[in-house]
Design a binder for this molecule. Sequence first.
Ligand SMILES: Cc1cc2nc3c(=O)[nH]c(=O)nc-3n(C[C@H](O)[C@H](O)[C@H](O)COP(=O)(O)O)c2cc1C
Length: 165
Amino acid sequence: MDEALKILIVYHSETGNTKAFAEGISGKLTAIGNAVNSVQLKTKSSVKKAPVRQDQDIDFVNLPDPHDYDVILFGGPVWAFGPSPVIVEAIRKMDKLSGKICLPFVTMAFFLETMGGNAALRYMSRILADKGAKVLPGAICKHMLHKLDNEIEKNAAKIATAISL
Ligand SMILES: Cc1cc2nc3c(=O)[nH]c(=O)nc-3n(C[C@H](O)[C@H](O)[C@H](O)COP(=O)(O)O)c2cc1C
């Protein structure tokens, strides 16, 4: 990579796993010379831990403006075999994603990606593509029967490579 990229990492995390993944990604991307800002989403009121298909109003205190960034990463936990409704609503509410390089990432408990991780990435990728984003393949960290730190290290490196190509 010849030039530093401006990268925004937007994520939802309730118990800290996705936050740890976001920090691992940020560390890796910063170490190779990019300018990274991270935003942990905060909502105006508490969110029901419900599947994404269940309607609920979610409003944000700190939804960032993606305008000045080259690349935007969206992260959240897997909930009920799908994506976090919080990160999905953030993508839906965010303007100016058309033409941006975007990449989804998730954390999950179970040991197989088929137990929600793949579905969550598919869902997030589809709504990003619907907004005109150029979507890169996403990444999943699992923490049951896996060491989360190792998963983060491996996947942060994978993301750094994907973005730098
Ligand atoms: C309501 C709820 C539903 C969940 N559903 C799943 C699931 O379907 N598959 C899975 O692997 N983990 C599931 N989990 C576990 C979380 O995805 C996992 O612990 C994640 O790392 C939490 O991220 P956080 O610490 O950033 O909030 C669920 C957790 C909650 C609270």
